[in-house]
Design a protein around this ligand. Sequence first.
Ligand code: SAH
Ligand code: TYD
Ligand code: ZN
Length: 409
Amino acid sequence: MSSTSQCRVCGGTVNEFFDFGRQPLSDAFLEPDVDLDGEFFFRLATGLCADCTMVQLMEEVPRDRMFHEAYPYHSSGSAYMRSHFEGLAKRLLTTELTGDDPFVVEVGCNDGVMLRTLAESGVRHLGVEPSGGVADVAAAKGIRVRKSFFEESTAREIRAADGPADVIYAANTLCHIPYIGSILTGVRALLAPTGVFVFEDPYLGDIVERASFDQIYDEHFFFFTARSVQQMAQRHDLELVDVERLPVHGGEVRYTLAIAGARTPTPAVADLLAEERARGLADRATLDGFGERVLRIRDDLTALLRRLRAEGKRVVGYGATAKSATVTNFCGIGPDLVSTVVDTTPAKQNRLTPGAHIPVVDAAAFADPYPDYALLFAWNHADEIQAKEQGFRAAGGRWIRYVPEVRID
Ligand code: SAH
Ligand code: TYD
Ligand code: ZN
């Protein structure tokens, strides 16, 4: 089945290139015996805009279903990510925030993982975060938080109350927002004349290269490239003036937008655009090739897990990631193949994973006793996790990875 939809950036025709079928909300961990009836499902499929090249989901999930009081993702759960965001905050302090009384707005500040450093430095700031639980955690760190969705009206209210922003920042949030036109109109209205809008999100170039199909789930609506972002910026009197590739979350790009004409783009922009052209990142054939690799991974992974079950091996998942919802539900992996998933997040523990209904247990249970195999759902945190779980390998355990291909190590 193949269909079209209307591009959320330019209104052009989006042609579907891959269908993951019926999928649940990736962060809707279920309370056993309470939540199993009425679980929400939608059709997860990706398409390419024939006009502006933006890759996006074919169907949108209403935002309040995903981002609410009980949203379980806590950004500070990874030590590596804490230092990543601290590094960015420190860099901003010596670059964009050196003027008189600078003002920073973060869209999707979550538990304050980035703003904490700026708040401690006394910088005027505001986090905008609709998910009440994580917003409260940020506020408890002394961060000024507004509990709402950021959109054009929010931006105008902030400008009226606090004045223009020198930096507007969003990490792993802009790609979550289908109504992106409202965001960019709001950014344009809120930004100071020399200000910048900096955002970082999973990069389509890395997703295609690594076949990391699990980056595709309800919350990730857009899959950006320098080309699609550049075109999108132009529609809002903004300009792409810098790009920086980041190693986090399996490969991201940090984009810097300024008001059109205010800054000279760095050579990195032209370099990445040229690389994307050479790789054919906006070509249907490239995306179809990605789809073929995804099907191969699904077949290899299910064959491996079935073989291990036949051999009587115990396999657990490591990291109840949002990404893992796509893996388990697309591949048909349930508790018969992966008995539990371990995770350090209290809000996910003693619940069932969405759709696949695999029990989530405290990461402390991992060693009690160690399983034979651990399927590394949080592969983007592999270094951090494998460093602290050295006892698993020492006890004879083996890790299973599935991107860029299925392998045991
Ligand atoms: N910046 C953090 C959080 C990413 S999770 C990090 O990089 O780890 C995405 C966050 O965006 C969630 O906390 C969600 O509540 C928030 N969000 C979703 N839509 C939003 C919107 N319109 N405005 C502000 N935040 C939003
Ligand atoms: P992450 O890959 O950051 O994001 P997403 O949910 O968007 O796919 O999620 C990492 C998950 O793994 C999170 O639930 C916390 C968990 N985790 C651990 O259990 N142990 C760890 O050492 C780390 C780094 C993460
Ligand atoms: Zn478009």
